[in-house]
Design a binder for this molecule. Structure first.
Ligand code: MOS
Length: 754
């Protein structure tokens, strides 16, 4: 009998398809009579386009169409309601207004991609240019809207008798105040944004990478002015999301509108350079953290303020102090505040740990500064300030094992060998140092998630839900949890995801796909097992015909009772059924009275060259409290990937916005540096594997027919990237005595001070 696959190292069910090239990504799909599109983008950031010279492009070989703004040959509409939050709020090619440098202003469609690209290079535009607003330091600020969880963008909690956060800070023995800055970062997913749009009469099929398939398809319907039931999105294999595929950007509606106007299928693949301006980024950001504490390092006041950008083309909320300072440490006085400056800048929304990664860099660096100021060991400092109830809401956590993360991590890493004194360890030209930081990431259930489980007469099962796999392992997660729920081997489960004809699935955002899907898999399996029993007692050729369902027990794919045993496949075969299926109830209301987060602790060693300032990460240990682990192999890969994002955040990644022109200056992968293998040491990852007893509903007690080992899972997609940059920065301080609060920590910020 198979053991439950939950928690084991399961190879990706789609691994062979991917390594053999058989997995089709959006740009790989073909269609008869396919035409190819290429975008022309603006070379100013604000103003109007006044005219085009398209004669050369029109005369270029293979060109079928040259659409220019605002000729309105590709009518688009603004999305409304829920879909509005996942689309842009302007109409590319339907307006002469320029909102950002790199906006789509024309589109060529030709017989081949090369012909379209060549013709696009021949289009020139004239503009009426205005100076763009580009500086978050200089532009007027507005309060950010409510946070993603509905909290106000400004929060002020004061102990009785305390008049203000400033008074609380002034009354503290030790105060740390620090300003942080970071430039724009990009998701830089490996797969370029690509779309194939095919119309069959009024019905549209789109192949595109999407993190929230249902919202993406709904947004498409509204952008094109057609009914939602006429749009099908297929998003089976996706080469990275990281937030860049949350929003329905302009490329997909434009390609679909062109396919309709032309009467042919159209494929549009963005260039790498175009992805930097057309598919989002992480906001340029300044933050100020002030901590007030006793001489022993016990916090009395935490203040965390941020200023981010607000692009004009997209509803946007970046609130980095929320989900970090409003959730992490116990403090009687707490103030968080998020402000935005309206800029003429490419649209941005989420990027991996959108609030938490930058917010934790500021908070966890400031905590390290507090450790230095008080002389308290950084791990001890965090244990002293560990919260047992949420500082912003007062609610308890459903599950929190952060103290164990610190202890296990410190032990594995050898933290006790650390010297608190900077520059204590020198080896030749290298200064060695160690640092640590905490990770925290919220866990939200998602409403309306439905899973369908089908039992087939060949003893296999199909588990279906319209979530997407961004490379994270969702295909395998669905197969593993289905196998556990039904008690059959993973090889006998066929997962089906990435298609909006399937039941509405979990959004692949907010590290929530797994914990939003798992309880619905169990529920659907429970329902289909009940249905199987009903078939067993009602079908004429069943050995249990006429018996009561209470006489039957389902165990590991087999029905038992009244002296008979039969696999579900055999029962379906003898009763003449190809298969039966049931859906779950739509999930999942949160359980009131709790807050839910995943937690972690990072420990890092760096070496800094004392002549050049070059920083290398040499060791990294991460211990994560992420609830029940479904697939240890994919989970480890997610956490390692998160830490690698942290290496990019701390040491490499930034795009410079040219203040005069509004141009993002290093929008190529030659100029925008991301970590490569040579930048990444072996990363030691431990998962505590403590099931969350609340988030996914009550844990099973083994009394049911359905397997419930997968319950208790909690998201882990983003937690690795939260705090990892601060651990690196803190290690750089320990190595050099230099505190850099402006990431990335590049050589120039160290070399003059070494
Ligand atoms: Mo993630 S930044 O919630 O796609």
């Amino acid at each position: 009998m198979p053991r439950s696959p939950v928690g084991r190292e399961t190879d990706r069910v789609d691994g062979r398809l991917k390594v053999t090239g058989a997995a089709e990504y959006s740009g790989d799909y073909r269609a008869t009579d396919l035409a190819h599109a290429h975008l022309v983008t603006s070379t100013i950031a604000r103003g109007k386009v006044t005219g085009f010279d398209t004669a050369a492009a029109l005369a270029s070989p293979g060109v079928l169409r040259v659409y220019t703004a605002p000729d309105r040959r590709l009518p688009l509409y603004l999305a409304t309601g829920q879909a509005a939050g996942f689309t842009e709020n302007y109409l590319p090619l339907n307006t002469d207004m320029i909102h950002f440098h790199g906006q789509a202003i024309a589109m060529i469609v030709a017989e081949s991609p090369e012909q379209a690209r060549d013709a696009a290079a021949l289009v020139t535009a004239t503009y009426d240019t205005q100076p763009p607003r580009t500086s978050i330091a200089d532009e007027p600020r507005v309060p950010a809207g409510p946070t993603i969880s509905g909290a106000p963008s400004s929060l002020n909690i004061l102990a009785p008798g305390v008049g203000s956060i400033d008074a609380a800070l002034a009354a503290s023995d030790v105060v740390v105040e620090a300003d942080f800055h970071q430039n724009i970062q990009h998701q830089a997913a490996m797969e370029p944004h690509a779309v194939l749009a095919v119309w069959h009469g009024d019905r549209l099929t789109i192949h595109a990478g999407a993190q929230i398939p249902a919202a993406y398809a709904l947004g498409m319907a509204q952008r094109l002015g057609v009914l939602p039931q006429n749009v099908q999105l297929i998003t089976k294999y996706v080469g990275g999301g990281f937030g860049a595929r949350v929003v329905l950007w302009s490329d997909t509606p434009l390609a679909a509108a062109a396919a309709k106007e032309l009467g042919r299928p159209v494929r549009l693949v963005l260039t790498r350079e175009q992805m930097f301006t057309l598919t989002g980024h992480r906001s340029h950001l300044t933050q100020t953290v002030r901590l007030g504490a006793s001489r022993e390092g016990v916090l009395n006041a935490v203040s965390h303020r941020s200023v981010a950008e607000r692009p004009t083309t997209i509803a946007f909320t970046m609130t980095p102090a929320h989900s970090t300072s409003d959730a992490l440490y116990r403090t009687p006085n707490l103030h968080v505040d998020a402000q935005l400056a309206v800029l003429d800048i490419p649209g941005s929304r989420a990027m991996r740990g959108p609030n938490e990664a930058p917010g934790s860099f500021a908070l966890e660096t400031a905590m390290d500064e507090l450790a230095v100021a008080t002389g308290v060991d950084p791990v001890t400092l965090r244990l002293r300030n560990n919260a047992t109830t949420s500082p912003s809401t007062g609610l308890p956590w459903s599950s929190k094992h952060l103290e164990e993360c610190y202890r296990v991590g410190a032990e594995r890493f050898g933290w006790s060998a650390r010297s608190a004194m900077p520059r204590a360890r020198v080896d030749g030209q290298w200064l060695y140092g160690v640092g640590m930081a905490t990770a925290i990431y919220p866990a939200h259930r998602r409403l309306g998630v439905v899973v369908r489980v089908q039992l087939r007469n060949d003893d296999t099962a199909v588990v279906s839900t319209a979530t997407s796999d961004l490379g994270t392992g969702s295909w395998t997660m669905v197969a593993v949890t289905g196998a556990d729920a039904l008690g059959i081997p993973v090889q006998r489960v066929t997962p089906e995801i990435g298609d909006t004809v399937l039941p509405p699935g979990a959004p692949a955002v907010g590290s929530s796909g797994t914990h939003a899907t798992v309880p619905m898999v169990v529920d659907a399996a429970r329902n289909v097992i009940a249905e199987l029993k009903r078939v067993a007692v009602t079908a004429e050729r069943s050995p249990w015909h006429g018996a009561a369902v209470e006489d039957l027990r389902y165990e590991r794919g087999i029905l038992h009772g009244l002296g008979h045993s039969m696999t579900f496949g055999r029962l379906l075969t003898v009763t003449g059924s190809p298969g039966i299926y049931m859906e779950s109830a739509p999930g999942g209301q949160p359980v009131p009275g709790y807050v839910h987060h995943s937690f972690g602790a990072h420990f890092c060693e760096v070496r800094v060259n004392r002549f050049t300032g070059e920083t290398r990460v040499t060791r990294f240990t991460t211990v994560a409290d992420v609830g029940r682990v479904i697939n240890a192999k994919a989970a480890r890969s997610q956490l390692v990937g998160g830490v690698i994002f942290g290496i990019g955040h701390a040491l490499l990644e930034e795009n410079h916005l040219e203040l005069r022109t509004g141009r993002l200056a290093n929008s190529t992968l030659a100029d925008y540096l991301v970590p490569v293998n040579a930048d990444v040491p072996d990363i030691d990852v431990v998962m505590l594997d403590r099931p969350d007893p609340v988030l996914t509903g009550p844990l099973g007690d083994g009394s049911e027919d359905v397997g419930t080992q997968s319950l208790g899972a909690r998201g882990l997609g983003e937690i690795g990237t939260v705090g990892s940059a601060a651990a690196i920065g803190n290690a750089v301080y320990n190595a050099t005595g230099i505190r850099v609060r402006d990431v990335p920590i590049t050589l120039d910020k160290l070399i003059d001070r070494l």
